[in-house]
Design a protein around this ligand. Structure first.
Ligand code: PLP
Length: 452
């Protein structure tokens, strides 16, 4: 949260103390503000002053099992008492069990895992592994994507946060996303009005053409979010992943699905790519893996590919590889997803949330509503021109009706990410239909005020 100058949140003594020494991420420090969160339950968190807030960002799209989940806390405490620190080579129950469970829930023959501390490092190591497996250096990624903040992952990322660090790691080739709402490829309907016309798959032809022109034998990996997340919930057409799979098969390119945000039930299936029936060569995991209760990321590798590292050295590693506390947290989260039926629940309650959001299309400035499971975006555009109400890849300009909208919503009890001209709805998986209704009502009422 930034630029919070409104009265509802006077700076507490604790925040003043903390900001003296601790930097805020992604912000100019002067106006950056934080929230003093003291606890939570399910889809809500509690502020130090007692206010309850509906968390429709799941903190950082990661608290999938929900707030205040004692079963994860207890698993962490047990592990901390038994074995809190261990070298990457250590053998212990939570590590072995987590490997087994991940092999079981991830698709196809993805059955070997390399652990990291978070999503950026998962992407970073997936790219390293793809380069080791192919001996090639180029990577294809897409616009309107986020893959992390470390140098390699940031190079793959296309949102503006990459710009101060360009050109980044050499060898990156960027392609256009399957962004149906403003598709450059659908030849028939005017820009932004594809409506329900079937996709002509020209967005996939484009990638095939780029790969052919680059020289497929130079490309190590194609890295894509299975369903785009924080850059606007980009849901690819049905053929997208199967055709990328076939393209990679033809040319020995590693297909990498970034499931850091979309994994562990977020889209109503275990993984976003499960909607497409495709098995990638490598899959990046983090966030919902531990639901944010401890830092952990992972790269899943297909059986036959991982076997190559029986002979070839796997030149990758980290001091906190498979940290015991993080492994214990992840095992507990996986149990909760299954015991509480959270993946099916995300599909069911997500369908309700989606239907409620679809009704917002009656307002002229709602130009698109898209999503799956508990991951939805509402896009706001000028009804006269169809252009985004806030230019994409830019901050809301002074005087924009969307400036400060997140702060207004927060003051009314809803924590909702507003990114450029989009609101993204991504609550914890235990969210109820009534909580979804409340969030949509609060959002709609605030919009009617600022856009009247
Ligand atoms: N990949 C995707 C799709 C993400 O959404 C994120 C974070 O938001 C990352 C990678 C980076 O993960 P982390 O912030 O844990 O390094």
């Amino acid at each position: 949260m930034t630029d919070r100058t409104a009265d509802p949140f006077p700076m507490s003594e604790l925040e003043a103390r903390q900001r003296e020494h601790v930097l805020y991420t992604w912000s100019a420090q002067k106006h950056a503000r934080g929230l003093e969160i003291v606890g939570g339950r399910g889809a809500s968190f509690q502020l130090a002053d007692g206010r309850q807030v509906l968390d429709f960002e799941s903190q950082t799209y990661n608290v999938n099992v929900g707030h205040g989940e004692a079963r994860v806390g207890e698993a962490i405490a047990r592990q901390a008492q038994q074995l809190a620190a261990a070298s990457p080579k250590a053998v212990f129950e939570a590590k072995a069990r987590l490997g087994e469970e991940l092999a079981r829930v991830t698709p196809g023959d993805l059955d070997r895992v390399f652990f990291t501390l978070g999503g950026s490092e998962a992407v970073e190591n997936a790219v390293k592994i793809a380069k080791l497996l192919t001996g090639r250096q180029k990577v294809v990624a897409r616009y309107r994507s986020y893959h992390g903040a470390t140098m390699g992952a940031l190079t793959l990322t296309s949102d503006p946060r990459r710009r101060p660090f360009e050109p980044g790691v050499p060898g990156l080739v960027r392609v256009m996303p399957p962004y149906r709402h403003r598709c450059l490829f659908c030849q028939g309907p005017p820009l932004g009005q594809c409506g329900d016309a079937p996709c002509n798959d020209a967005c996939i032809d484009h990638i095939e053409e780029v790969v052919a022109l680059e020289g497929p034998e130079t490309i190590a990996a194609i890295v894509m979010e299975s369903i785009g997340g924080a850059n606007g919930v980009i849901v690819p057409p049905p053929d997208w992943w199967p055709r990328l799979r076939a393209l990679c098969d033809r040319h020995g390119i590693m297909l990498v699905a970034d499931e850091v945000l979309t994994g562990f039930g977020r889209t109503g299936k275990w993984f976003g790519i499960d909607h497409y029936g495709v098995v990638p060569d490598l899959m990046c995991l983090a966030k919902g893996l531990t639901s944010g209760y401890a830092p952990l990321g992972a790269v899943m590798i297909r059986h036959e590919l991982a076997k190559r590292f029986d002979e070839q050295p796997l030149v990758a590693g980290l001091t906190a590889y498979a940290h015991p506390i993080s492994c214990a947290a992840a095992v507990a989260c996986l149990e909760i997803y299954e015991q509480d039926g959270l993946i099916d629940r995300a599909a069911r309650v997500g369908a309700h949330l989606g239907a409620r959001l679809e009704r917002l299309r009656r307002h002229p400035w709602v130009s698109d509503v898209r999503g799956k499971g508990l991951l939805w975006a509402v896009e706001l555009s000028d009804p006269a021109t169809g252009q985004p109400l806030v230019p994409q890849n830019a901050p809301a300009p002074a005087g924009s009706p969307l400036k400060g909208l997140d702060e207004t919503l927060l003051a009314r009890g809803l924590y909702l990410p507003i990114k450029w001209n989009m609101a993204i709805f991504a609550p914890p998986l235990p969210v109820t239909e009534a909580e979804c209704d409340r969030a949509v009502d609060l959002f709609e009422a605030a919009l009617l005020e600022v856009l009247k």
